[in-house]
Design a protein around this ligand. Structure first.
Ligand code: ZN
Length: 185
C-alpha cells in the first residue's frame, strides 16, 4: 500500500492537459475543398486566407489551447502574406514544433460538420495526414463526421465547421517529459 501511495505521489497526472478548438469557413465556388489535409472533389471549396482547412484549423486551436499559448490567429495571422494559400498541414506541423518544448501530443479527436460532401471515404486519409504532421500514431487520431440535419449554415450547405479536442502531456519545467499515468497500469 505504501509503495502504491509512493507511485501515485510521483505520478504527474495533473500534467495531462486538454484543449478544444472550433473553426468554420464559408463554402464558395471556385475554391478547392481541403479538409483534414485531404483534397475532396466537390463543386465548392472553403473560403479563407490559407487553404481554409477547417478541420486542421480546429486541431491547431485545440493544441494551442492545451499548451496555453493563444490561438491560430496569433500564431498564423491572416494578415500575413506568407500564409496566403498556405497548406494547413504545414501550419499544423509548425504548431507541433511550437508546442513541443512544453507538450507531447497524445491524442486528437476531430468532428467535422458538413451536410455535403460525404466525409466517410476520406476519414482514414485525414487521420494519417494529421498523425504524420504531429509525429504520432494514426490510432491516436480520430476523425468523425456528421451532418447538421438540414439546420443552420451547415445544414443549408453555406459552410463547413469542425471541432477538435487535443490531449497532451505537459512537460515539467519546459523540457523534461512528465511521467505518463499509464505507468501505473
Ligand atoms: Zn480556419
Amino acid at each position: 500500500m505504501s509503495k502504491l501511495k509512493n507511485i501515485v505521489g510521483q505520478c504527474q497526472c495533473h500534467c495531462v492537459r486538454t484543449g478544444w478548438g472550433y473553426d468554420s469557413h464559408r463554402l464558395v465556388a471556385g475554391r478547392r475543398l481541403v479538409l483534414g489535409g485531404v483534397e475532396i472533389p466537390f463543386a465548392k471549396g472553403l473560403k479563407g486566407h490559407s487553404d481554409a482547412d477547417a478541420a486542421v484549423h480546429a486541431v491547431i486551436d485545440a493544441l494551442l489551447g492545451a499548451a496555453g499559448i493563444g490561438d491560430i490567429g496569433q500564431c498564423f495571422p491572416d494578415s500575413d502574406p506568407q500564409y496566403k494559400g498556405a497548406d494547413s498541414i504545414v501550419l499544423l506541423r509548425k504548431t507541433q514544433k511550437i508546442i513541443a518544448p512544453q507538450c507531447r501530443v497524445q491524442h486528437i479527436d476531430v468532428t467535422i460538420l458538413a451536410e455535403a460532401p460525404k466525409i466517410g471515404p476520406y476519414k482514414q486519409r485525414m487521420r494519417a495526414r494529421i498523425a504524420h504532421a504531429l509525429d504520432i500514431k494514426v490510432e491516436n487520431v480520430n476523425v468523425k463526421a456528421k451532418t447538421n440535419e438540414g439546420m443552420g449554415f451547415v445544414g443549408k450547405k453555406q459552410g463547413i465547421a469542425a471541432m477538435a479536442v487535443a490531449t497532451v502531456y505537459k512537460r515539467s519545467q519546459g523540457t523534461a517529459a512528465t511521467v505518463p499515468c499509464r505507468k501505473l497500469i
